[in-house]
Structures are given as C-alpha cells and as structure tokens.
Ligand binder design. Structure first.
Ligand code: PBG
Length: 329
C-alpha cells in the first residue's frame, strides 16, 4: 500500500464550510475604525477624487453620513478637520469652537453610541502644513519639538472637553505622549486614553490624504519627524518610548506595506493593543486598479485587511470600513 501522501492538504479545501472551520483569521466589523473629514462651511459634501467613496462633510451634512455609518454596524470613527482659517500656529485647533470640537458635539447628539477618536496634530491647521510650530518664519523653518508638544497637550484637552473618547496624536514629536498625558491629567481627563501613532513612517502612501485634509507641507518634507521607511528595528524603540510615556495603545502606519513592522511590534509588545492604519494611498491603489478592471475590488480589499490582521493588528483604521462591513454581513 502506498504511504504517499498521508496528509493531503487539499482535503481541507474542497468544501467552503470546512475552509471556514479551519480559517485562522476572521475579520469583523468591530475591527474597523472609519476616518472622516469634516470641513468648515455649509452644505459641503465634497467628493475626494483620490479617495473614491469619501467626501469632506460640513457639520450640517454630517448627521446623514453618521446614519449611513451606524446603519452598517460601524461604531468607531477617527476625525480629521479642515478649518476655514489656517495660521502659523494652527490656533484654530485649540479653540473650543474649532471644527472638530463642534463635530464631536454633533456626533454625540445624533449617535451617542459611536466611539469618537480624534486625531491630534497641526498639519491641517497650519498655513505651512507642517505638524507643529516652526522655529522661524522665513520659509525654511524646522518644527520646534518642545513648543509643539506643549500645544498638542492644549489641543488634546480641548478635544477631551468637547467629548472625544480617545486622543490619537499623530505629529511624531518626541515626548508627545507624555506631554499630552500630563495635560489631560492636569485637566482631570485622567480616564481619556491615548492611542499613539507610535510607529509612523514618512510614507508616499499619504498622498491622497493630503488632498482630503488639505494639509500638504508647503515646503520641505516630514522626514525630520516621521520615520525612515527603511528602518524596522527603530520601530521597536519608538514603541518602547511610547509605552514609557504612557500610551494606552499603539498604531503602526502605514499598514499594508508594513506587515513586517506590525508583526514585530505585536511580538515584542503582546500586551499592548495594536492598531494598524491602512492609509489613503493603500486604499486608493486598490480602488484605482479595480476601476481599470485590473483586480476585483471586494476580494482584494478583504485580502489586504485580512493580511493586516493576520500580521498582528488588533484593530484596523481603514477607509474601506463601510463597504467591507457590507460584504461581511
Ligand atoms: C496627520 C496625519 C496624516 C495621516 C494621518 N494623520 C498625514 C501625514 O502625516 O502626512 C495620513 C493618513 C492617510 O494617508 O490615510 N499628521
């Protein structure tokens, strides 16, 4: 009698029910956080060309979109704001009547069950488009780290006052998490968690986002504060620092092109909840290829998100949350 082959791997693959039974990674709607772009003005529902399916919403249009989101079972959103006026210090973001502060109140009214995560950064609010204040104003300035973290603390407190559930700082400044933690604690928001973008690369895949948030740097680039895309070990040092500074959970960003980093960070910090940000360019490239008929959008999107979870992400920030939620039903 022939001994070969004893184990036929294909036996597990013939029947979809068996495939399901032995599946190792399962996506669920509760894994997803959906980013939203809120813009000043009225009647604004402006489609973002490089991110099909996404719009900039004004406050009066927001409730309709919130209904569409909650109807699909999505219960977590991440907010980005586009203010009417930008200045060198991004002062709009510190105001209690700032665009995101108002959006938080609007969402709390129409859907109090929604978890609101607020991005904390300055690039959408500064006239120069950098993620903090500059140390000079002649157009060659560098972001002043220590002045910026102080302001990030103020922005976080203002967002917490407005009712955000979680603070998500993305400016990549040194000491940012600790400065925000101290500011929140001093203002009696010791129970507001910090979801830190601990590992954030200077990636070309943020391109479409910069259109959506109208926050591209007007000169220079972000390589003096965001990580070099070639560095993997450095991610562990960044993550270690954020744990020490008091981060409650991490984000690795981008996600689809950084699966090795997600895996390493999860292996080294198994007890830290880990989010992965499937960024605008990673979303747009699947959309664009699908538009050309080069791949099947739904299966490609599910495959990308499954890979991100398989690599070790506990939750995924993705622009595809709405459509994927639909197909997971
Ligand atoms: C703000 C911020 C950016 C993204 C999220 N928060 C842009 C950047 O850092 O340049 C990018 C997200 C995406 O591309 O989807 N600092």
């Amino acid at each position: 009698m022939s001994q070969f082959p004893n184990l036929r791997m294909r036996r597990r693959r013939y029947d979809e029910r068996v495939r399901q039974l032995v599946r190792e990674t399962r996506l669920s709607v509760s894994d997803f956080v959906l980013p939203l772009f809120i813009k000043h003005g009225e009647g604004v529902r402006c489609p973002i060309a490089s991110m099909p399916g996404h719009c900039q919403w004004s406050l009066d249009q927001l409730p309709q979109e919130i209904d569409a989101i909650t109807a699909r079972g999505i219960d977590k959103v991440l907010l980005f704001g586009i203010p009417e006026h930008k200045d060198e210090r991004g002062s709009h973001s510190l105001s209690d009547t700032g665009i995101i502060q108002q959006a938080i109140r609007t969402i709390k009214e129409v859907a109090p069950q929604l978890l609101i995560i607020s991005d904390v950064c300055f690039c959408e609010y500064t006239s120069h488009g950098h993620c903090g204040v500059l140390n000079n104003t002649d157009g060659t300035g560098d972001v002043d780290n220590d002045a910026t973290i102080e302001l990030l603390g103020q922005q976080a407190v203002s967002l917490a006052k407005a009712g955000t559930n979680i603070i998500a700082p993305s400016a990549n400044m040194d000491g940012m998490v600790q400065a925000i933690r101290n500011a929140l604690d001093d203002a009696s928001f010791e129970n507001t968690p910090i979801m830190s973008y601990a590992v954030k690369y200077a990636s070309a895949f943020y391109g479409p986002f910069r259109d959506a948030a109208e926050g591209a740097p007007q000169f220079g680039c972000r390589k003096t504060y965001q990580m070099d895309v070639a560095n993997g070990n450095e991610a562990l040092l960044e993550a270690t620092l954020d744990v020490k500074e008091g981060a409650d959970m991490f984000i690795v960003k981008p996600a689809h092109t950084y699966l090795d980093i997600i895996h390493q960070v999860k292996q080294h910090f198994p007890s830290m909840p880990l989010g992965a940000y499937h960024v605008s360019g990673e979303y747009a490239m699947i959309k664009a290829a699908a538009e050309k008929g080069w791949l099947d959008e739904k299966t490609a999107m599910l495959e990308a998100l499954t890979a991100i979870k398989r690599a070790g992400a506990d939750f995924i920030i993705t622009y595809a949350a709405k459509e994927v939620a639909e197909s997971l039903r």
